[in-house]
Design a protein. Structure first.
Length: 207
């Protein structure tokens, strides 16, 4: 949807002057529409990011908050309601030691109380070693194509389709850095540092 340009409110070739200085005024109605578009886009992006946090930290109530109750999710090997998707996600994620969803380009196109959002993503899934296979990463390149709706002032996903682009399996090479000592390690539950009420403010200048 094309949005109005932020244009001067005058229509003369010579803008008004004040004390000999050229001044310019703006159409506040157009400015308000453009500002609302920016706000809508940011609120929608926040939902996309919040979804990734919920999935990677296994905080499924957080994931649920990203969808309207009657939303539909199409994840390729699954298509169904929000409740059914959360059950599917819990079962699928149980196979991985941890995951990390990285969001790249996010294009949000609001149209009133609806919006189309396209988010490029790379999803890493760490698989533990087994008796027959080494530790490895299952990596997927995809796009989240979402129809958002604003209901009661809140943007949430009404329909999601995952468009898959590529995938690969990478062996985990030996020699990587392993967090030790006082290093903070990410957790796949509510004990992760991101959920702390306040981060510590002590220093360790010796390290």
């Amino acid at each position: 949807m094309p949005y109005p340009e932020l244009r001067p409110a005058y229509h003369s070739s010579d803008p008004p002057r004040r004390n000999g200085v050229r001044t310019m005024t703006f159409d506040t109605e157009d400015f308000g529409a453009r500002l609302q578009r920016v706000i809508d886009q940011q609120e929608i992006r926040d939902v996309v990011y919040r979804y990734c946090r919920g999935i990677d930290r296994r905080e499924y109530d957080l994931v649920r908050s990203c969808y309207h109750p009657d939303a539909i999710d199409d994840h390729g090997n699954f298509r169904g309601s929000v409740d059914a998707f959360l059950t599917h996600a819990q079962q699928s994620l149980a196979h991985f030691e941890r995951t990390m969803h990285l969001i790249g380009n996010v294009l949000v196109e609001p149209l009133g109380a609806e919006a189309r959002c396209e988010s490029y993503a790379v999803a890493y899934h760490r698989l533990c070693a087994t008796r027959t296979k080494p530790e490895r990463d299952f990596v997927v390149g995809l796009r989240y194509v979402d129809d958002f709706e604003r209901r009661d002032g809140t943007w949430r996903i009404a329909s999601r389709v995952c468009a898959f682009e590529w995938s690969r399996i990478d062996p985990v090479a030996p020699g990587g850095w392993v967090p030790t000592g006082s290093a903070v390690v990410g957790q796949i539950d509510g004990s992760d540092v991101v959920f702390a009420a306040k981060l510590p403010r002590c220093s360790n200048e010796g390290n």
